[in-house]
Design a protein around this ligand. Sequence first.
Ligand code: DGL
Length: 263
Amino acid sequence: MIGIFDSGLGGLTVAKEILDKLPNYKIIYFGDTARTPYGSKSAETITKYAIENTKFLLNKSAKIIVVACHTVSSVSMPALKSLFPEIPFFEVVTPSFKKALIITKNKKIGLIGTRTTVESGIYNLLFSQADPQIKLYSNPSPLLVPLIEEGWINKPETRKIIKKYLIPLKMKGIDTLILGCTHYPLIKKIIQEKAGKRIKLVDPSKEVAIQVKEFIEKNPNLKEKLDPNGEIEIYVSDITPNFKKIAQLFLNKKINLIKVNLE
Ligand code: DGL
C-alpha cells in the first residue's frame, strides 16, 4: 500500500496523479484537517505532526510514504528519514526543483508556497548548488490554503489574491513558476490565467507521481507487498464541512471519510 499524507486536501492532487499512473495500487490517504494549515507553524511542530502522520500510515500497512505536502517536504525530511530509515520516502520539493531546472530558459524562476516552505530556503539552496546563475524569486502565499480548504476555489476574492501574489514575480520576468504547495494544483487554472501563457507552471503532484511509478516498477519486491486493488481509503483528523464535497469533485468519485485521532 502507498501511504500519502498532507495537512488537508492538497495532497489529494498527488493521490490523484498516483491513482492515474498506478491504477492497481491501494492508497491510504491521511489529511490532517484538524491541524491544518501547517505552513504558518514552526518547523518543530510540523515535524512532530509529520512523524505522527507517518506512524499512522505505517500502522495501516503502508510500505512507502509519499509526503504530499511541500511544507513538510521543506523542513522535516531529515528527521523522517532518520527515524524510519527502512521506509522509502518521496517528497515534493526535489522533483519540482528538477523539473523547474529543465523548463527554465531565462533562468528566472518564481516560487509561491506557504511561509514555512519559502522561508526554509530549501529551493534557494538547491538552485544555487545546481546553477548559480539561476535567480529564484519567491512570494509566500499564506492565504491560498485556507481559501482552498474553505472551497473558495472560483470566488472573485481568490482570483484577486492570486493576482496580487503573482504581480511581484511577473515583474521580475520569470518564465517558470513552481506551485510550491500541493493545494495549488486545485487552483491551477486560475494561477495559469493570472500568470499568463508565457510562464510555465511546475506542478508537484505530477512530478512526484512519476517518481513513485518509476520506483515501484524498479522494485519488484515492493510491488508484491503493495495491495493491488486500486482503492483510495481516506482518513482525516477532523470531518470539515467542505472536505468531502471538494474531494469527490476533484477525484470524480464517491468517497467515505474515516475520522481518526492521532493525539
Ligand atoms: N499542502 C500543504 C503544502 O504543500 C499545505 C500546507 C499548509 O497546510 O499550510 O505545503
